[in-house]
Design a binder for this molecule. Structure first.
Ligand code: IPE
Ligand code: IPE
Ligand code: MG
Length: 257
C-alpha cells in the first residue's frame, strides 16, 4: 500500500472515533536530525518548521480543538547564543510565513510561557497575530515559548496570592484558572506526544499532564508528518481512560472528572 493510501485509510478510521480535544507535542530531535546529516543544528530547526506545517494542517482538518506545540523551553535559554538567536529568527520567520494560512483557516494563535523574555522582534509579531486571530473559531494553535511547567505553576501561585483570598482561596480550580493555558482558553489536555525516542516530560504541561495519555515516537521531529500524528491519535483512541475509577464502573457509564 502506498503511503498516501495508508494515510487516507488511517484518517478515515480515526475520524470514526472520538478525537482527543487537545493534543500537545514535544517537538524533539531537530539537533540530532541535522547532526546525522552533517549539518548545523539550526538546519534541523529549520526543517522542523515543515513538520509544524504538516501536523497543524492535519490536526486542523481532523477537527482537533487545540494543538499545543513545545517550541522553546524556559531551560532552552541556556543553549549557546548562536542557537538561541537562530531559533528566535526562525520563529519570527514562521510567524510571518504562516500568518495567511492561520487566518485563512480560522486558526486562533495562542502562546504560553514567559513571553516577556522573548526579543521584541518575536514578541511583536506574536502579539499581532494573536490579536488578529483572537476571534477565529477554528483550532487553537498554541506555541509554548520560553515555557516551563514549574514556572507556570509558580506564577499561577503568585497570581493567586496577589488576589488575597488566603489559604481557603487556594483550590484546584482557582489555581488552574491562573495557568497560562487557562488564559489561552484551552480545553483539558488529552494526548501528549513526544518525538525522537526520549521518554520524559522535560517540564512541559506538568499540571495539565495529570490525566493525559502519553505517546512516544522514535521519529525525529523534522521527519514527523501526517501519518505519525494519525498513528498517535489512533493509538489514543484504543486507550481506556479510567480517571481513578475501575473498568467496571466505566462500563456502567460512570464518568471521570
Ligand atoms: C527540539 O530539538 C527543539 C528545541 C528544543 C528548540 P532539539 O534541539 O532539542 O534536538 P535534539 O534533542 O538536540 O536532537
Ligand atoms: C524539550 O526538549 C523542549 C522542546 C522540545 C522545545 P529538550 O531537548 O530541550 O529537552 P531535554 O533537554 O532533552 O530534556
Ligand atoms: Mg532535544
Amino acid at each position: 500500500m502506498s503511503e498516501k493510501a495508508l494515510i487516507d485509510e488511517l484518517r478515515d478510521r480515526v475520524r470514526r472515533s472520538p478525537l482527543p480535544r487537545h493534543v500537545a507535542i514535544i517537538m524533539d530531535g531537530n539537533g540530532r536530525w541535522a547532526e546525522l546529516r552533517g549539518l548545523p543544528r539550526l538546519e534541523g530547526h529549520r526543517a522542523g518548521s515543515e513538520a509544524v506545517r504538516a501536523v497543524t494542517r492535519e490536526a486542523r482538518s481532523l477537527g482537533v480543538e487545540a494543538l499545543t506545540l513545545y517550541a522553546f523551553s524556559a531551560q532552552n535559554w541556556a543553549r549557546p547564543d548562536e542557537e538561541v538567536g537562530g531559533l528566535m529568527q526562525l520563529l519570527a520567520e514562521y510567524l510571518d510565513s504562516e500568518r495567511a494560512e492561520i487566518m485563512d483557516n480560522a486558526i486562533r494563535l495562542e502562546a504560553v510561557g514567559d513571553l516577556d523574555r522573548l526579543p521584541s522582534f518575536v514578541r511583536e509579531r506574536l502579539e499581532r497575530l494573536r490579536a488578529d486571530s483572537r476571534g477565529n473559531g477554528g483550532m487553537a494553535l498554541t506555541l509554548a515559548l520560553s515555557y516551563g511547567g514549574r514556572e507556570e505553576i509558580v506564577q499561577a501561585a503568585q497570581r493567586l496570592a496577589r488576589r488575597g483570598g488566603g489559604p481557603e482561596g487556594i483550590t484546584e480550580e482557582a489555581l488552574e484558572r491562573e495557568l497560562w493555558t487557562s488564559d489561552a482558553r484551552l480545553p483539558p489536555l488529552d494526548l501528549l506526544v513526544r518525538t525522537s525516542g526520549e521518554r520524559r516530560i522535560s517540564n512541559f504541561l506538568l499540571w495539565q499532564c495529570a490525566y493525559a495519555e502519553l505517546s512516544f515516537s522514535d521519529i525525529l521531529w523534522p521527519d514527523f508528518r501526517e501519518l505519525a500524528l494519525l498513528q498517535a491519535v489512533g493509538d489514543f483512541q484504543t486507550r481506556e481512560r479510567r480517571f481513578g475509577l475501575t473498568g467496571a464502573q466505566l462500563a456502567e457509564g460512570a464518568r471521570g472528572p
